[in-house]
Design a binder for this molecule. Structure first.
Ligand code: AMP
Length: 439
């Protein structure tokens, strides 16, 4: 299968070839025809699957059918974070380089005036974070009456970050007749609720379950005392000669502290999180990509959607509170068929979090140790023994943190099938993807 056989124009195919893509990824194989059909699409896809091109390419093709008559935007792409917005916009610009299509990106944390100027010039595609978009709307800098296509990217994270109100406000301002595309890594009840209100008879697309992502990545756990974690990380970076490591901490302060300690230790590092200015974040990411910085320390939210190619190494300096974030984190490595390694430094007080993660991914992660860094107390970290005390508890409480984490998305096709119901085959209620999976 090639991009041209999916029905994409010569200009778009040329742009993908420039990027070095020769074959469409699985999500692209499904999403591109679905979007081109003009139907609403509900896609379960994580970062790293090629989802951005999965919606951007067909969207550009659809827009190219007619010229813009007003100021636009004709397509609106909403993303949860500034980084993701910038990256999606980079993709839009790359893929549309042989087309007359104009695009822009707007997000908070930077001056609003230049964004207003861009909007005034007129554009086809606008990539935005919800808060800044509402600010611009409030200042009459943008109108939505020409929107033909709406994309919600990483919808689950948008809800996690509290954007639901802004999203609902924006939805209410859009023309009723439009095409809606919803991309999300997971499908919680809240996402389903949003989808039901927003999508009309959606084509469902699903690839690479999160366990498949996890399977590609070599994972291990290093039980270690909290106080020894930084020293162990330094040692691992040095001994293994890691040149590009993404390290996750739970908090912004933790990220700053760790960065400072690593730098003191002679390891180039930078932190990327919500308290940093946009300029600082962009700079840190660029330096990391260029190889000027060996360690990029990030919090979950800041790292979400980071497009860093061929990342060989991810380290969980602390385990995430929500087991699902573990999957998102390790999804940063082992992309596109490359093998990656994710290791977790786990202190005794994180035993419960580890257990929740292992339940979710349905595997026991191998424990490793480094001489001189053995933990003083490793009791809770021992692999489960015969008398499994968690069993009784399991029934009542699945994954910890109050989420039903151990259920993979179930909105999609039956196992073995590919894309879900299109249009009518689903049966009675229209636009209700959740109905199809009772099986
Ligand atoms: P995404 O899931 O959209 O964040 O994309 C992940 C990475 O895959 C990005 O670096 C893309 O440039 C790359 N990519 C997207 N589509 C393809 C493709 N068909 N072949 C190879 N790489 C791709």
């Amino acid at each position: 299968m090639s991009f041209s056989s999916l029905g994409l124009s010569e200009q778009l195919v040329r742009a993908t070839a420039d990027q070095g893509y020769d074959t469409p990824s699985p999500i692209q194989l499904q999403a591109i025809p679905a979007v081109l059909s003009g139907k609403d699409v509900m896609a379960a896809a994580q970062t790293g699957t090629g989802k951005t091109a999965g919606f951007t390419l067909p969207l550009l093709q659809l827009l190219s059918a007619n010229p813009r008559t007003g100021k636009g935007p004709r397509a609106l792409i909403l993303t949860p974070t500034r980084e993701l917005a910038a990256q999606v916009h980079d993709s839009v610009a790359l893929y549309s380089k042989y087309m007359p299509t104009n695009s822009a990106v707007v997000f908070g944390g930077v001056k609003i005036n230049p964004q207003m100027m861009k909007l005034r010039k007129g554009l086809d595609v606008l990539v935005a974070t919800p808060g800044r978009l509402m600010d611009l709307y409030g200042q009459n800098a943008v109108r939505f009456n020409e929107v033909e296509i709406l994309v919600l990217d990483e919808a689950d994270r948008m809800l996690d970050m509290g954007f639901i109100r802004d999203i609902r406000k924006i939805l209410a301002l859009l023309p009723a007749k439009r095409q809606n595309l919803l991309f999300s890594a997971t499908f919680s009840n809240e996402i389903r609720g949003l989808a039901e209100g927003m999508l009309n008879n959606p084509v469902q697309v699903e690839v690479a379950t999160r366990n498949a992502t996890a399977d590609k990545v070599k994972q291990s756990v290093y039980p270690v005392d909290q106080s020894q974690k930084t020293a162990l990380l330094s040692k691992l970076v040095r001994d293994n000669k890691w040149e590009q490591v993404l390290v996750f901490t739970r908090t912004k302060h933790g990220a700053n502290r760790l960065t400072q300690k690593l730098e003191k230790d002679g390891i180039t590092a930078a932190a990327i999180h919500g308290n940093k200015s946009q300029g600082a974040r962009t700079r840190a990411l660029a330096e990391f990509k260029q190889g000027d910085i060996r360690v990029l320390v990030a919090t979950d939210i800041a790292a979400r959607g980071l497009d860093i190619k061929q990342l060989p190494q991810v380290v969980n300096f602390e385990l995430p509170n929500v087991p699902e974030d573990y999957i998102h984190r390790i999804g940063r490595t082992g992309r596109a068929g490359e093998s990656g390694h994710a290791l977790s430094l786990v202190s005794a007080d994180e035993g419960k979090l580890l257990a929740g993660i292992e339940r979710l991914i349905k595997q026991q992660l191998p424990r490793k140790s480094v001489e001189g860094f053995e933990p003083t107390n490793n009791l809770p970290l021992k692999p489960k023994a015969k008398a499994d005390p968690s069993r009784a508890r399991n029934r009542g409480n699945g994954g910890g943190a109050g989420r039903t984490d151990d259920k993979p998305r179930s909105f999609g096709p039956k196992p073995g099938g590919r894309s879900g119901g299109r249009g009518r085959s689903g049966g009675s209620a229209q636009g209700r993807p959740a109905q199809r999976q009772t099986a």
